[in-house]
Design a protein around this ligand. Sequence first.
Ligand code: FAD
Ligand code: 5PR
Length: 420
Amino acid sequence: MAGNAMSAAEPPQGANSVPAGGSEAAKRRASGGHKTKPHAEISGAGYAGLTAAVALAQRGWSVRLHEKRHTLGSFGAGIVLWENALRVLRAIGAFEEVAKNSFTPPFYETRMHNETVALEPFDRDPWATMTRQHLYDAMLAQARPLDIEILHDSEVVSADPEGTVMLASGRTIKADLVVGADGVGSNVRDSVGFAVERNKARDGLIRMIVPRCRRELGPEAFWDNVIDFWNFEPRVQRILYVPANDNDLYIGLMAPYGSDGSIVPIKLEVWLDMFPFLEPVLREAVHAPGRYDRYETTVLNAWTKGRVALVGDAGHAMTPSLAQGAACAMMNALSLAVYMECGADDVEAQLKEWERNERPLTDRTQRRSAKLTAERALSKGEWVNDELMETMRHIPTGASADPLPGFPRRMATASQAPTV
Ligand code: FAD
Ligand code: 5PR
């Protein structure tokens, strides 16, 4: 299908499908008026693609962003963002809007068989929970006033190192830079040809948004915490309970691949017999849309080839144990734009520099996260240390080191929380 430009002249088709860039900008491009600007084609309007688009446009690039789906939006229910991701959001101008409808629970609690084994206040480390849609909308709002053309129903079929992208519509476009931000199944990656090492974990999870059920759950203050409920007996099942704002609860139901716990819609009895105290939430979860995703790590021989750069899950998908997949996607997309301040001439050399300097931290993060996942080590609640927090505390290239206004924040009820 042909790509459809969203111009300001078209009415938005709902919250997920809003115009970005203006019709004036589109007209200028159509008449070739952007020739002095270096030009980027980006495949995939997820968090990586949006960050790259905004950061490149902020640096004087003309940008076209292709999204294969009909609506712009985000799959995956809720998300936890740490300080590094919040810093990237500030750099692209989305921090204040994101912070508004986000939450910071008083504690990050870990329970084994419903006994508290860890209770982390994170007094030093800014973090926030939110729905993915809220995060996405705030990022998209930053793209709107910039010189970015967003096309929905526009699938990138392939690309080549000389900077050409081929669309499903049959159209071929030449660019100074091609960004493959098209997720773990990236067409850009697979068509350009990178060696991919894939590691699937034994576990995966179903993610959903359900109502907070605050009253039904009970009066205890701990229902405002993130609570990572692990059970190893009689079988391995885990519920990650994450208040995302006043109304929405993000839950991740983890179970081994192929087990009864991986079935969607969830089988109530499979979860209720191990987590009876979450009954109101589980009854909601039966009807909530969700999908089981097996955890996966992908490591590539390179992130760049010629004028092509891969960013986000296309280049470095990781398990979520450290909650750093989207954070690394955003960091690498921002730093990519910083390296592209060179303009069109030096793109290939600068991409190599970008990968050489920026990649090692992501590599370490992937390894650490995969190890935690493989060992189901979050169940011990002992993952908070300087080594594992390295990525969260990293100042992203292109972001300010100034403290984030309002963070770390303590929102409520800390004094009523249980003691370990
Ligand atoms: P995606 O989000 O996959 O976006 C890719 C986009 O490209 C999509 O919109 C897709 O439709 C589009 N697309 C695909 N192919 C094409 C094509 N050929 N042409 C055009 N468009 C295309 N990270 C965190 O930081 N914190 C967390 O708490 C966290 N929790 C997670 C929990 C789970 C269970 C999982 C699996 C991941 C979690 N992550 C977390 C990681 C995070 O979700 C991903 O790393 C992040 O979404 C990657 O963003 P992306 O933009 O690279 O890819
Ligand atoms: N941490 C977070 C998360 O969303 C998940 C995990 C850890 C913030 C998955 O939802 O280990 O599965 C995890």
